[in-house]
Design a protein around this ligand. Structure first.
Ligand code: MG
Ligand code: FE
Length: 170
């Protein structure tokens, strides 16, 4: 019988897995629209690779918890309210909005992994806690990078707008 803590841990791992699949889709959408922002694009492409690895790591954690991976819901089926709001923002192809959305999303991920680490420790699953710590570091690094570059991205966008260089792809 799973304890209450184990049940929450399992649920939150599933939620995190859905979150990472959503992240992958959002990041791919953004990267494809960033031809004028090569540095941002390269960092997003790096994070797409990290995100794919995170999904795999979460699948391994869920296997350890005895979750049947074939029962994982397909992403398209169930977006969180947060995800829907973010996807809506990303329909706009404006780089500043995308950077703001990514910055928020990374912090949502950070909060999710912090909760997962506590649940894994409370459930006596140190290996799951360790994996979530590893993922947390990648999310924190991405959030910091976005924070450090938001000013430059915004100024570059505004310069391009002022000099009439914006196309539909901004
Ligand atoms: Mg992630
Ligand atoms: Fe992330």
């Amino acid at each position: 019988m799973a304890t209450e803590t184990e049940k929450h841990l399992t649920d939150w791992l599933r939620d995190a897995h859905a979150m990472e699949q959503q992240a992958e889709k959002m990041l791919e959408g953004q990267a494809s629209r960033l031809e004028h922002y090569p540095e941002l694009r390269a960092r997003i492409e790096q994070h797409i690779q990290e995100t794919r690895g995170q999904s795999k790591k979460l699948e391994e954690c869920m296997s350890q918890m005895g979750v049947d991976l074939s029962t994982l819901k397909d992403m398209g089926a169930k977006l969180t309210a947060f995800g829907q709001a973010m996807s809506g923002m990303l329909v706009s192809d404006e780089v500043v909005k995308g950077s703001m959305a990514s910055y928020s999303f990374e912090h949502f991920e950070i909060a999710s992994y912090k909760a997962l680490i506590q649940a894994a420790e409370a459930a006596g699953k140190p290996e799951v806690a360790r994996v979530c710590q590893e993922i947390l570091k990648e999310e924190e690094a991405m959030a910091k990078w976005l924070s450090d570059h938001l000013d430059d991205t915004t100024r570059k966008f505004l310069e391009r707008a002022e000099s009439g260089q914006l196309t539909a792809k901004s």
